[in-house]
Design a protein around this ligand. Sequence first.
Ligand code: SF4
Length: 446
Amino acid sequence: MKKLYVKTWGCQMNVYDSERMADVVAPLGYAAAEDAVDADLVIFNTCHIREKATEKLFSELGRMRLHQKAKAARGERMLLAVAGCVAQAEGEEIRRRAPYIDMVFGPQTYHRLPEMIAKINRGAGAVLDVEFPPEPKFDALPEARKTGVSAFLSVQEGCDKFCTFCVVPYTRGAEYSRPVAAIVAEAERLVQNGAREITLLGQNVNAFHGEGLDGKAWNLGRLFYRLAEIPGLKRLRYTTSHPRDMDDELIAAHRDVPQLMPFLHLPVQSGSDALLQAMNRKHSADDYRRIIEKLRAARPDIALSSDFIVGFPGETDHDFAATIKLVREVGYAQAFSFKYSRRPGTPGAIMPNQIEDGIKNARLGELQKLLREQQEDFNRRMIGCTLSVLFENEGSEPCMLFGRSPYMQAVRVPAPTRLVGEEMAVQIEKAGFNNLSGSLIMANAA
Ligand code: SF4
């Protein structure tokens, strides 16, 4: 058996892709290894969103090169591969700076890994494969081999929206939606293999418009109604959404489909219309407020999450105050907030009026303080409530299980291992910033 080590940076799409890469090479005899040092194939699945992603990659590669050389001295081979969005955006540069890399491939071509490995084994040289191929990658992927209680299912990839801060349209390509029949079949297999919760993934997941079972395009809302018919599937979630694609059918699904959990990550990025325009978001802060109102009318207990960027070029104190105002009005259960950082090749990187770091830090500090208070408050309000918790696995402490509430909160409960995969009623007793704890109060809440 050969050893495979995959290191993943970035979003859930990348986590999903890494698992599928392992599935793709499993028939070649590769099994997952805990450690890269002695692996036969090492894949770095990269993310381009964070600052200095390329430099961090090169420092990891430098370390791995030493292990590759040590293996070579023993007459063994370590194949090194760089995948993901940095590979897609900077493939040539990676090959130039690290010629010892065997394979560089983007998010759209990892289904070709067996061919790439065969080519290297034939001595045909290193492989650079960063095309956007005409054949959909999903058609060529094997079935997933292992499934947890909570599984990811990629339904959509790519983006045509070109927000001015984002590299996704350049690294993941144009928006593509999988056919509904393929999604339903994959969801049924996941449930047969033990999944009780499925999170639908896509860079712009609610732009989904895959071919439906009637041959017409279905939107995401309609897809949820169909997936909810799968016996044994208790929970459905989706991420990441764009406000522009929150259509009425999707909002109605939050009202009508009990399996669709009352939690939504809906990034707004800024509360200022001037900034939203500069970011090319194509919606206003009031459009976003109206969507939140509709969602709360459809599902009053829905918990909200968002992404925020502070210090986008041109952001004034007035713009930032509009973001704080929006956060106060909406009230978030959790959120992610970042300082703007330039992404080469995006319009934002060459905009005038870049904001100096000191201002960005001060604004980020103020925003994160408010978001933290909201998250703590949201969690504290759960104390004394009974929540339905889906147990995903054993916790780090003995005799404790880890699960999630409908609102995505991590919950720790003393409970027997046999309850992994079950949805149980839990009385919440304590709440911290990042998790809740409590005790079982009845046999089965499902
Ligand atoms: S919609 Fe999302 S993925 Fe698309 S460009 Fe904007 S931030 Fe990037």
